[in-house]
Design a protein around this ligand. Sequence first.
Ligand SMILES: Nc1ncnc2c1ncn2[C@@H]1O[C@H](COP(=O)(O)OP(=O)(O)OP(=O)(O)O)[C@@H](O)[C@H]1O
Length: 508
Amino acid sequence: MEKHTESIVKFQNISKVFPGVKALDGVSFDIKKGEIHALLGENGAGKSTLLNTLHGVNNVYEGTVEIKGRKVSYKNANEAIQDGIVKIHQEVSLIPELTVGQNIALGHEPRKGMFIDYKKLHQEANAILSKMKCSFKSEDIAGTLSTGEMQMIAIAKGLYHNAQLISFDEPTASLSNQEVRTLFSIINDLKENGITILYVSHRLDEVFDICDRATVLRDGKHIETFNIKDVNREQLIKKMVGRDVSAYAVRTKPSPKTNQKVLEVEDLSVKGVFEDVSFHLHKGEILGFAGLVGSKRTDVVRAIFGAEQKSGGTVKINGVTVNIKSPKQGVQLGIGLIPENRKTQGFIKYFDNANNVGLTKMEKFTKFGLLNHTKKMENCNYYIDEINLKPSDPHYMTSHLSGGNQQKVVIAKWLSSDAEILILDEPTKGVDVGAKAEIYRVLEELLEKGKSIIVVSSELPEVLGLSDRIIVMREGRKVKEFENHNLTEEDILQYAMGVNSDVKNEGI
Ligand SMILES: Nc1ncnc2c1ncn2[C@@H]1O[C@H](COP(=O)(O)OP(=O)(O)OP(=O)(O)O)[C@@H](O)[C@H]1O
């Protein structure tokens, strides 16, 4: 039989309604056996809801799902796994104290009489790990491995259950470049072995690198399913967003950068994490922080904000030395930190959008102990428009929004604050191309209003496109500071990877 002609999954007329939102609206398309199929769309387009439908997490929906020609209605994820339909979660949850093999076989261990047959368990797990060319062994303790390696365990677990289709939801978000390369080579091997891959990502380069076909969803509707090689980047984005959007970070206005130093950091250290980091931030500029995963960029900005305790060095705000010991003090001194991990650090689960967006301003909205609701709503509505939140309802619970829209709420919360210095850690991680462009425009507006911004980002085109100056970190040290004139990704990578260094004794 010709490759890629037989369907493994057939979605027919799938609809799913949440209160006030039609998350999926009559979606029909096929996934072919042995292909790498991308599922694309803006934040809130319905991608996760469709994955949940396939994997038995969402079991109340209209329409039918067929697996290998048989209509299925899984009651839970386990039933899907028994059928070889496996999802690799963004945050892989393993039991860190157990061995890799125990995690892989968990709940399905081979037995010898009453007892678990550990010899067989490790043999079987090691056979899968070596097929995947993993450098760790079944006998290793899972908790000692890196994020990328943990993802490998999750894949191995899928293969242990004879996976025939594996879904990935933004799998590269927390991986180093090397880990991404390893993951792609494993995904390609899986495909060679006839395993089907469903791949959700906002990183379009990856989609062009590894996917065969793609399906675009927009507002819960199926827009098109096509061969990746038949479209270019601009065409793909237009299908996703429904309009022309620049996929690249670009400044559209001249920089309002001044010579006034709003933040001066000298020899800042957090013992055992990073050492002697010095830099300053001018009023009206964007200062970019680049570096590979593990370069400790996030720790530096957290220490400035008071979320990590410094062990040495000084921080000055507008020329005055400050000793920030807690995020609360950081906020009081005019710093806002939009964290990378927005789900756990960014918003209050039981609040709606209006309350979450207004969090940093509640004191301002309150007079004599009474909250001014009109002001709170005006504030929220302004930012909902500005960041194009979907659904654009201030009373919608933030925890019910799609992942990307939750991030927009957290960003809006800080944009609406009075912070003079805004620090954004991976501001567009998990955010779709349309929303990225909107966030970049908001940043420019903030500069015009006299704010100063630090952007920490793993996406080099983003750091290069946005920053006036760029600091490169490597292994807990600042290794280079660039004026951003005609810089290339290679210039930055040379320092980030340690090919070049302005610091002699680097690494701590
Ligand atoms: N549990 C829920 N309760 C209410 N609404 C929900 C729930 N889950 C999803 N939705 C809504 O369904 C729509 C589709 O969300 P979904 O998470 O499927 O989007 P997505 O394409 O995966 O987005 P992202 O790229 O941001 O992860 C959104 O409008 C979202 O707010």
